[in-house]
Write a new protein. Structure first.
Lengths: 115, 115
């Protein structure tokens, strides 16, 4: 596609529920990134994919968070047993390749609200 | 870990005037990249300007320019001839190759443009 697409745009869920957030990167971009932006803060890195594999997952806060990219294109961020502290905007970005910011493009994010 | 500090939570400027947004960072590395991103209410992070640390010349993009002081670890953004469409959150960001698969962002500055 022309840009990075994230769905849903907004998601409200109850504490303890499971959620999936989807990111569709720019066609041909091999690198994909997830960030979390809490209220009043800048985005914080969660995980980086190069192709199908998670090359760097050092930003995932705990084992309730997991992400996949099975075919090297669309990625899904999965959050189990959601907590109110997980409420944030989850941003996805993609770039032409890892280790570079060429073509680094962000999506508009998913605003997750845990009630 | 690298830290990026933006000490101005809010700034305002009269339309057609000039405003400068401040950013400082902390790193022990000599090779890195610095960025200013704009985030309008649509939430998408939009690249404003990029600076390579090994280049002494300050980057410019039309009405946007930076004052990069490597020794002082300072990277300010100057917006000239401010326009109503410049109103947004502005984030300073740092990235360090070769392991630089993630951006480190500051906490942002909210810019208001007064007609």
């Amino acid at each position: 596609g022309a840009g990075v697409s994230q769905t849903p745009s907004n998601k409200v869920t109850e504490k303890g529920k499971y959620v999936e957030l989807r990111c569709d990167p720019i066609s041909g971009h091999t690198a994909l990134y997830w960030y979390r932006q809490s209220l009043g803060q800048g985005p914080e890195f969660l995980i980086y994919f190069q192709g199908t594999g998670a090359a760097d997952d050092s930003g995932l806060p705990n084992d309730r968070f997991f992400a996949v990219r099975p075919e090297g294109s669309v990625s899904t961020l999965k959050i189990q047993r959601t907590e109110r502290g997980d409420s944030a905007v989850y941003l996805c970005a993609s770039s032409e390749m890892g280790g570079t910011d060429y073509g680094y493009t962000f999506g508009s994010g998913t605003r997750l609200t845990v009630v | 870990a690298q830290t990026v500090t933006q000490s101005q939570p809010e700034m305002s400027v009269q339309e057609a005037e000039t405003v400068t947004l401040s950013c400082t960072y902390d790193t022990s590395e000599s090779d890195y990249y610095l960025f200013w991103y704009k985030q309008p209410p649509s939430r998408q992070m939009i690249l404003v300007i990029r600076q390579e640390a090994y280049k002494q010349q300050n980057a410019t993009e039309n009405r946007f320019s930076v004052n990069f002081q490597k020794a002082a670890k300072s990277f300010s953004l100057k917006i000239s001839d401010s326009q109503l469409g410049d109103a947004a959150m502005y984030f300073c960001a740092y990235r360090s190759p070769p392991a630089g698969n993630q951006f480190y962002f500051g906490t942002g500055t909210s810019l208001t443009v007064i007609p």
